[in-house]
Design a protein around this ligand. Structure first.
Ligand code: 4AD
Ligand code: MG
Length: 452
């Protein structure tokens, strides 16, 4: 059978075991009497060294070619690896025209360059590491929730509501070739989801702890390094939760436990990212993991910003949204420890957040987590579970009619509850030190760009 490179590298019994390994050539080096190849199949960062007799016809053995190698796994004399494969037979499966191949042997291409080749960039070490970490982090997030008894819910991608009320919707229609029996395919306007929250809230009325982890879409007209039109969001909703501190604790645990699991399952990949992408910031992750995250109120945050207002293009003011430059300053002010900002003005937030009833300032029980290098990573809140408060909020937002079903949840066994959403790509950016969000998703979609 076929042995993956990862399993070959971990093989214990190296005394002459015959195996078959398949992969892509990462390097070719021929000496007088021996030929060295390194092949990689994406199962690990490290490639497997193949040692062959120089008499092999190696004209087709170019960087990028796919090959199958049969031979014996033996203990390697080299210091850098335990095992190597003594080739008895090497077959080129598909050769690679190295001159035309946009990825060059031994060259460290900048990420901006690689972005032009979404169909090929996954063959580089750096994208390989990022995408393996992405896969490990996905599994870690699922096991985090499973270990705590959360039920996983598939929330819909097509929906008729705009959860965040920001109007950043992609509309969904059947292709014009399809003739629905009468009128439109769905009888109401439909969109790609901007958040699974409202559907999770429905489910939290039956399962006290639920989560979803799926694609989310926002027609954000932004070329920023932290916005995508299609991104993945991890969302949780918890019933019977009564204060923001309990919610922030789960957010902090999710952040830390996922990072720890990634660090223990693919340390080499994390190390490669830190070394090449965030030099000098190597300790940033460790710093975040060993300190307790901080909590400050929106009002305190504005006070801090006002004292430093000479640093900003946008003057900080109570009642205004925090700008990117403000978020950056606050995180630095907090010693690069992630910081929760809680209790935002009601006027800044969507209809579903719980009213704090705190007099003229009038805030809601909202929470954002700001992290180094990225800014806002999580958004969450306690939800308004009281019928009459919610009724007022819906009226204020002109949503009374559309959200009757949501209001109804408050009539049939309503409970205090709250939840949050974490941008998965921003999370990867934060733990790996990747500057641009387009490099942590296999196929980025953003304004004017939907390659492949
Ligand atoms: O703060 P947001 O808009 O919160 C919600 O959608 C809530 N309904 C979630 C909930 O409570 N269940 O989005 C949550 C997070 C942001 O903090 C950010 O990390 C990420 O989603 N995010 C984006 N990531 C990449 N590209 C975009 N265009 C993003 N918009 C939001
Ligand atoms: Mg937000």
């Amino acid at each position: 059978g076929r042995l993956s490179v990862r399993d070959a590298l971990r093989a214990q019994h190296t005394s002459g075991e015959r195996v078959k390994v398949q992969g892509w050539i990462r390097s070719v080096r021929s000496q007088k009497e021996v030929l060295f190849l390194h092949i990689n199949d994406g199962s690990s960062l490290e490639s497997l060294q193949i040692v062959a007799d120089a008499s092999f016809d190696c004209r087709e053995l170019a960087f990028g070619s796919s090959v199958e190698v049969q031979g014996q796994l033996v203990k390697s004399p080299a210091k850098r690896q335990n095992v190597e494969l003594k080739a008895e037979n090497i077959t080129v499966i598909g050769n690679c025209d190295a001159k035309a191949f946009p990825i060059k042997y031994k060259e460290r291409h900048p990420l901006e360059y690689l972005r032009q080749y979404p169909h090929l960039r996954c063959r580089t070490n750096v994208l390989g590491s990022i995408l393996r970490v992405r896969s490990e982090a996905t599994a870690a997030i699922h096991s985090f929730f499973k270990d705590r008894g959360f039920v996983h819910i598939h929330t819909p991608v097509i929906t008729s509501n705009d959860c965040e009320g920001a109007g950043e919707l992609f509309q969904v229609e059947a292709s014009s070739k399809i003739k629905a029996p009468e009128g439109n395919f769905f009888d109401v306007p439909t969109f790609l989801t901007v958040s699974g929250q409202l559907h999770l809230e429905v489910m939290s009325g039956a399962f006290a702890q639920v989560f979803t982890f799926g694609p989310t879409f926002r027609a954000e007209n932004s070329q920023s390094r932290r916005h995508l039109a299609e991104f993945y969001m991890v969302e949780a909703e918890i019933s019977f939760i009564e204060n923001l501190q309990d919610l922030t604790q789960i957010m902090e645990d999710l952040f830390k436990s996922t990072a720890m699991m990634v660090l223990s399952n693919c340390p080499e990949d994390v190390e490669l990212c830190h070394k090449f992408l965030a030099p000098g910031k190597k300790d940033r992750l460790e710093h975040m993991l060993k300190n307790n995250f901080l909590i400050i109120s929106y009002t305190e945050a504005v006070e801090i910003l006002k004292k430093a207002s000479q640093n900003f293009t946008f003057t900080p003011e109570w009642g205004a949204d925090l700008q990117t430059e403000h978020e950056k300053y606050l995180v630095e002010h907090c010693g690069n420890i992630p910081v929760f900002i809680i209790n935002y003005p009601l006027a800044l937030k969507p209809f579903y957040m719980r009213d704090n009833e705190d007099g003229p300032q009038h805030t809601v029980a909202a929470v954002d987590l700001l992290v180094p290098g990225v800014g806002e990573l999580f958004g969450g809140s306690l939800r308004e579970e009281r019928y009459h408060f919610l009724e007022q909020q819906l009226a204020r937002s002109g949503l009374t009619e559309a959200y009757q079903w949501y209001l109804e949840l408050r009539r049939f066994g309503s409970v205090p509850h709250g939840g949050f959403g974490m941008g998965f790509e921003r999370y990867l950016q934060c733990i790996l030190g990747v500057d641009n969000i387009k490099d942590v998703i296999p196929f980025p979609r953003f304004t004017h760009s939907c390659l492949l």
